[in-house]
Design a binder for this molecule. Structure first.
Ligand SMILES: Nc1ncnc2c1ncn2[C@@H]1O[C@H](COP(=O)(O)OP(=O)(O)OP(=O)(O)O)[C@@H](O)[C@H]1O
Length: 236
């Protein structure tokens, strides 16, 4: 479990995050949503230790530390450093200090799991948005992380790319990983999710389970300036 107590990050006079209390069960797949500027990305950065809070604490579960957390930024290209997909995958284990044999083993396992054989020689930056995220999640999966923080993984993707990202998330969930997804595109991930958290003006204002979708249908979406994910898209 991940326990967050009274987490506050001030950006006065701008809005930050205020007194967030939250428990993330592990394994689980949690949607973190809210209108633009509500604090979704900031909360992910605090959990991923990319920023320090002004006050409050984050307790990671036993055997879990901030080193076991994988972070996928919205700007995927900033995390892709290799000159080919194969090199990209290798880099994750090389930078983690693994032996050449271990690097090869981990990379091959990720290639199999995420079915990346056909694109191994391609430059990561030449890939589609969905493939870039697929490669990044495959690479991150080689790092023994148990918690994955994904910032807007569906931003600017077409339908086929959305399917690729969903498949990658399904692979991680099947491997028992915990995933926290900051997104306002709830409908694209709702059926894979177990929990839902809504932020408004930097405060946690709603949380529910959503594995059966029954609870998610009760959410007063418009109250949080969110589109109802159960409405057909033409009504948005
Ligand atoms: N580095 C920073 N410097 C100053 N203020 C910041 C910084 N990071 C976040 N904030 C403040 O925190 C608020 C929440 O930002 P955040 O990016 O987390 O929102 P969000 O919910 O992810 O929005 P979006 O959906 O538009 O990405 C911002 O409105 C801003 O006021």
């Amino acid at each position: 479990m991940l326990h967050i107590h009274h987490l506050t990050k001030e950006y006065a006079p701008k809005q930050g995050l205020y007194d967030i209390n939250l428990t993330i069960e592990m394994p689980s797949c949690t949607i973190l949503t809210g209108a633009c500027g509500s604090g979704k990305s900031l909360l992910l950065r605090l959990i991923g230790n990319l920023e320090r809070p002004n006050s409050g604490t984050i307790h990671y579960a036993q055997k879990q530390s901030v080193n076991n957390i994988a972070f996928m930024m919205q700007e995927t290209h900033m995390q892709l450093l290799g000159s080919s997909v194969l090199e990209e995958l290798n880099l994750f284990s090389i930078l983690a200090g693994k032996s050449p044999e271990e690097v090869d083993y981990r990379t091959q396992r990720a290639i199999e799991l995420f079915q990346l054989h056909a694109i191994l020689k391609q430059h990561p930056l030449s890939l589609s948005g969905g493939q870039k995220r697929q490669v990044l999640l495959a690479g991150l999966s080689t790092q023994d992380a148990s918690l994955f923080l994904l910032d807007e993984p569906f931003a600017n993707l077409d339908d086929s790319s959305i399917r690729q990202v969903r498949q990658s998330i399904e692979i991680l969930l099947s491997a028992g990983k915990t995933i926290l997804i900051a997104t306002h595109e709830i409908e694209k991930i709702l059926t894979l999710s177990t929990h839902l958290i809504i932020l408004k003006h930097g405060r946690l204002c709603y949380q529910t389970t959503c594995s059966s979708l029954t609870e998610a249908k009760k959410v007063p979406w418009s109250q949080y300036n969110l589109r109802d994910p159960f409405l057909p898209s033409w009504q948005w």
